[in-house]
Design a binder for this molecule. Structure first.
Ligand code: RBV
Length: 417
């Protein structure tokens, strides 16, 4: 069997987790039922680089049920759930992923998935696409297309497309309404708070909770922290986003000021060096710092380490840094995605829609590969509405439909008062 995981003995536990996720992902179940007889992905070789979670396992199962040949690696060294990886391996999925892999092992795992010479790629953060482009342009040129799950990845791929550096078309799953309005807001919001609480068990009510970045993810974290009684402070660089945060009822100020009064910090910007030495120096004794952005560069950990005289693990995923000044700062999840490192990532119900978009993107690439150009494509309006409609249906919710007369009115320009 091809692959490398931590421990096959964890497979049964992983299997139970996957069953739980499946029950909470009815759209994925509907897709599986629809396509498992006709096998429309027959002959497709899909290499995936995406967090190995119970939800991802449901996506993998669905791709396999539709006929695809799949090879998988994780997209973050600390997000792999070893029991889920073991369950996938036991089912016969070639998978190279374990919790705590180092950087060299991380890229080795991606290389292993490239050995199957993929016809399609499925990324979260674009590390697989980059590795293919940098190390195997010959294989990349044969790839029909790929999809990208997250904001950071899409951002970089759009830069590549602008430089005409893309060797195959990519679909920006992240930018779908049924992805970022749900996964990024409600998924990140809940799971990031979940991660912070599992790592600290602090009371959020009454705390100053600093959110850096008020995009979809920051908005979700702010909303959920406020809902638990925290005083939310937002830091931003974009005027419109700062204004939205202010009108949503939060305090807005520069990080220099927020650093002095924050009890808990979470970065959600996609930018590096959001919290640096001068901020760590200003923080209160006992401050808690975390990140929910894709890469671990938002908190400058070199700076934190330079200020540190002693470190100890206080709880799982919570390291106490004793600073030269005598203060303590607590770092959660090594500055990596706190929701996936200290908790289990986004809940299944939102991943249901994100991964339905992933599945449909694979189908779209296979069906339209001959007409697609080497650029970044958005998900179509039709697909967005289809996913939302399916989700509503599984929730037992009916909605209204426009009448013929209303449809006519919608496009008329000659009717006034
Ligand atoms: N994410 N996946 C999960 N439970 O499988 N949780 C979060 C899961 C994805 C999410 O879609 C986001 O865009 C990405 O992780 C960030 O790397």
């Amino acid at each position: 069997m091809e692959g490398k995981i931590k421990d096959i003995k964890l497979a049964d536990k992983g299997q139970r987790k996957i069953e739980w996720a499946r029950e909470h992902m009815p759209v994925m179940q509907a897709l599986r039922e629809k396509y498992s007889d006709s096998n429309p992905l027959e002959g497709a070789r899909i290499s995936g680089c995406l967090h190995v979670t119970k939800e991802t396992a449901v996506l993998v199962e669905t791709l396999v049920a539709a006929g695809a040949q799949v090879a998988w690696s994780g997209c973050n060294p600390l997000s792999t759930q070893d029991d889920v990886a073991a369950a996938l391996y036991k089912k016969g999925v070639p998978i190279w992923a374990w919790h705590g892999m180092n950087t060299e092992e991380f890229y080795w795992a991606i290389e292993k998935t490239i050995e199957q010479k993929p016809t399609m790629t499925l990324d979260d953060g674009a590390d697989l696409i980059f590795t293919l482009h940098n190390n195997h342009p010959d294989i990349a040129k044969q790839v029909y297309g790929g999809s990208e799950e997250t904001t950071t990845g899409v951002h970089r791929l759009r830069s590549m497309a602008a430089d005409e550096a893309l060797l195959y078309p990519v679909i920006a799953v992240n930018d779908a309404e049924t992805k970022w309005d749900f996964d990024n807001i409600y998924g990140t919001g809940q799971s990031s708070i979940d991660g912070i609480l599992r790592a600290t068990n602090i009371l959020l009510a009454g705390k100053n909770f600093v959110v850096a970045g008020y995009g979809h993810c920051g908005k979700g974290a702010a909303m959920r922290a406020a809902g638990m009684g925290a005083n939310v402070i937002v830091t931003e660089v974009k005027p419109t986003a700062a204004l939205k945060a202010k009108l949503d009822g939060y305090r807005v100020m520069p990080m220099d000021k927020a650093a002095e009064i924050g009890d808990v910090f979470i970065t959600a910007t996609g930018m590096k060096d959001v919290i640096v030495k001068s901020h760590f120096e200003k923080m209160k004794d006992g401050a808690i710092v975390s990140n929910t952005g894709h890469y671990d560069c938002e908190l400058n950990l070199n700076h934190l380490n330079e200020l540190t005289t002693d470190k100890k693990e206080i709880r799982d995923n919570c390291i106490q840094h004793k600073l030269k000044s005598g203060k303590n700062i607590h770092l959660l999840g090594e500055g990596r995605l706190v929701n996936l490192v200290a908790a289990e990532g986004h809940p299944s119900e939102v991943m249901d829609m994100s991964f339905a978009n992933q599945f449909m993107s694979m189908m779209r690439i296979l069906n339209s590969k001959d007409s697609m150009e080497n650029t970044v494509y958005d998900i179509s309006q039709e697909q967005d509405q289809e996913v939302a409609e399916l989700k509503l249906k599984t929730m037992g919710i009916d909605i209204d439909e426009l009448t013929k007369d209303q449809l006519r009115y919608q496009n008329a320009y000659n009717e006034g008062t």
